[in-house]
Design a binder for this molecule. Structure first.
Ligand code: GDP
Ligand code: ZN
Length: 301
């Protein structure tokens, strides 16, 4: 039987929607119980005799995964093969910049480029508060995209940043993620992806996760699990990869294993003192390092 490479573009409880190499789409089910495909996965398919559905027989190696601990403390993979993370905040609800740092850190740790999106720029009264934080992200090397899903300002620039890549949009509830995705899709209402399944689990199964196609050729993965994503940071040693400006400055520290806390000859502390690294971002690094160390020692005890 011929094998077909395809990409998972939506996951339902037991079924997947896949996109074939020729861009056509089909439904697929999973062979066996051990395979756990997620949105973004490239999979191998086999036809099923006398059925329209395909069988997913294997998952190709993932370039990266967005994962988080689930209720039972196991790591749950939410999506894979991501090329850009957009961390959205807005003047309202009041931004928690530490959370924004954590999103950016999560992207850095899995090796995915990230950008900061600041939405609701039409609410100009509250903009001034955020300006200095946004400047810090720019200084740290992250693209900062200001937009308003309400007026449409800046949306095209987000589309341009995504290009033809697969992007993930994250951020606290209410910042305007769905509104931005809607605008990126040309104002078309978010596809409420529902499929009717002919057998088994009832007539309708709600979607868990879906990859939406943008007019510009890019894609956005939208998933309830991803939206308020709290990154799984299991190794304190990885935290440094989440703060690009600190990681870069750290190459000049006297000790190769410098953690940039109290060590002598620390180039990071020197940069913070002279103001070229934001004291707030440095504090955020220390906080995330401490948090990760606590979780790490708990999981070992
Ligand atoms: P999500 O929870 O991040 O997906 O946020 P939503 O897209 O559901 O938006 C939350 C609320 O913010 C809704 O009432 C939107 O109408 C509103 N909103 C979204 N974008 C903007 C914007 O650019 N400006 C203003 N003023 N309100 C916005
Ligand atoms: Zn150091």
């Amino acid at each position: 039987m011929p094998q077909q490479p395809a990409q998972v573009i939506a996951t339902y409880s037991q079924r997947m929607r896949v996109r074939m190499a020729d861009r056509s789409e089909a439904e697929a089910r999973i062979k066996g119980k051990r395979l756990r495909p997620v949105c973004g996965d490239f999979v191998e398919l086999e036809p099923i005799a006398n059925e329209d559905e395909w069988l997913i027989t294997a998952i190709q190696d993932r370039r990266n995964v967005l994962a988080r601990p689930n209720m039972r403390g196991q790591t749950e993979i939410l999506a894979s093969n991501i090329e850009l993370l957009l961390a959205v905040s807005a003047p309202s609800p009041k931004p928690d910049w530490f959370v924004v740092d954590r999103y950016l850190a999560a992207a850095g740790i899995i090796g995915v480029p990230a950008a900061v999106v600041f939405n609701k720029t039409d609410l100009d009264d509250e903009l001034a508060d955020a300006a200095s934080y946004l400047d810090e992200y720019e200084a740290a090397g992250y693209p900062v995209l200001r937009c308003s899903a309400e007026t449409g300002a800046g949306i095209a620039a987000i589309g341009a940043e995504i290009g033809e890549q697969v992007a993930i949009v994250v951020g606290q509830s209410g910042v305007g993620k769905s509104s931005i995705i809607n605008e990126l899709m040309g104002g078309e209402a978010l596809r409420t992806a529902e499929i009717s399944t002919k057998s088994g689990e009832g007539r309708h199964t709600t979607v868990n996760s879906v990859m939406l196609d943008l007019p510009g050729g890019g894609h956005v993965i939208d998933s309830p699990g991803v939206r308020d994503y709290a990154p799984a940071l299991d190794s304190p040693a990885d935290v440094i990869h989440g703060f690009r400006e600190i990681e870069t400055a750290g190459h000049e520290c006297r000790f190769a294993n410098c953690r940039h806390l109290q060590e002598p000859g620390c180039a990071v502390k020197a940069a913070v003192d002279e103001g070229s690294i934001s004291a707030r971002r440095y504090e955020s690094y220390r906080r995330l390092l401490r948090l990760t160390e606590e979780l790490d020692s708990k999981s070992r005890s």
